[in-house]
Design a protein around this ligand. Structure first.
Ligand code: UT7
Length: 330
């Protein structure tokens, strides 16, 4: 049976860097609190000229260069994002058009921080059934323009950031590629991390009152999210190990969604490994939601933390709640 191999990866973040010291000037926060509670020292936020599709298109081009393919080779575009340029349609169509692809299928996946793994899993199914040979999977977000940067929103706004990452999946007969994917959700926790508007639960969807009440800004119960994340990450990583009859010693690198450095440290402790096996780059990028895993994959490979034939595990947890993992032989 065909497997889906990742043959190229790439990323792109906005040029503008916002440090913790920059945030101190606009809200009641401080560098020490942010570093201690989250591990973040800086993040990239778009300037006025950028939006999610611009970041996504550059990341996709970088992944295509890395895979040494051109736009004509791509059979399907899947874009993981919560923050499309417009309420509809999604940005996958803009990517298809901007990169001058054939008129291939293109759709967005809205599964918050788990969306990149959800999207890899969908791509994997299309390749295993031999419907498609080459699939572009992108994770892209612009969170910064929907953050409450007043004192009330400080628990969220210091964490979230912008960026994009992409991967090319290609059919292979070799033993490399996606070994398994596991996807989960529990909608009971919907309101612990959500953004209420605009949405059809309000009629009309967007009014001055909705804006005045701040319902268009994300809300997070940080402690509840933290508590569930430190439980679900190890659970879904172990699911990937068990499904492939692997132990943690077989894994070159766990690359988790970059939610919080303390969450990653808790995951390492629960998995019985050191932080040398759990990749973290949240220090420089903050939490870029669906983009964090492909960005982290690029940097982990660049640092030589995994290479050909190594097995890595990607894992995510986020709004929904959703959580997911995938084991990949590189
Ligand atoms: O992508 C997946 C989704 N997100 C996550 O995985 C995030 C999960 N949660 C977290 O990472 C953590 O809960 C946070 C980093 C958001 C917060 O850390 P915490 O240790 O849970 O802090 P807390 O919310 O309990 O707040 C502790 C204190 C509060 O003050 P009092 O009530 O003790 O006086 C907050 O008002 O810290 C205060 N605080 C801040 N202080 C300075 C909250 N945000 C800030 C801030 N700067 N930015």
């Amino acid at each position: 049976m065909k497997k889906a191999q990742i043959t190229g990866i790439g990323f792109n973040v906005p040029e503008r860097i916002v440090t913790n010291q920059d945030l101190e000037k606009i809200m009641d926060t401080n560098d020490q609190w942010i570093q201690k509670r989250s591990g973040i020292t800086q993040r990239h936020w778009v300037g006025e000229e950028s939006n999610t599709s611009i970041l996504a298109i550059k990341a996709a081009k970088n992944a295509m260069l890395d895979a040494k393919i051109d736009a004509n080779d791509i059979d399907l575009v899947i874009c993981a994002t919560l923050t499309s340029d417009y309420f509809f349609p999604g940005i996958s169509n803009q990517i298809q058009h901007a990169l001058e692809m054939r008129k291939v299928g293109a759709f967005d996946i809205k599964a918050a921080c788990s969306a990149f793994i959800y999207s890899l899993s969908i791509g994997d199914q299309f390749i295993r059934t031999e419907q498609y040979k080459t699939i572009l999977v992108v994770g892209a977000e612009v969170q910064s323009t929907a953050l409450d940067i007043s004192d009330e929103g400080r628990n969220i706004s210091v964490l979230f950031a912008d960026g994009a990452g992409a991967a090319i999946l290609q059919a292979t007969d070799s033993n490399k590629g996606i070994l398994s994917t596991h996807l989960h959700s529990d909608g009971k926790f919907l309101k612990e991390l959500w953004c209420e508007a605009p949405g059809t639960s309000n009629n009309p969807r967007l009014t001055k009152d909705i804006l005045d009440e701040g319902k268009h800004l994300p809300y997070m119960n940080g402690r509840e999210v933290f508590k569930n994340a430190v439980r679900r990450f190890p659970e879904v990583i172990n699911e990937a190990l068990d499904a492939n009859k692997l132990t943690i010693d077989d894994i070159a690198q766990i690359i988790p969604h970059q939610a919080n450095h303390r969450i990653s440290e808790a995951v390492a402790r629960r998995m019985g490994v050191g932080m040398d096996k759990v990749f973290s780059n949240i220090k420089n990028y903050g939490n870029t939601t669906a983009a964090s895993i492909p960005i982290a994959m690029c940097e982990a490979r660049e640092k030589g933390l995994f290479s050909s034939d190594d097995i890595i595990i990607l894992a995510a947890f986020g709004a929904g709640f959703t959580w997911a993992s995938t084991a990949i032989r590189w």
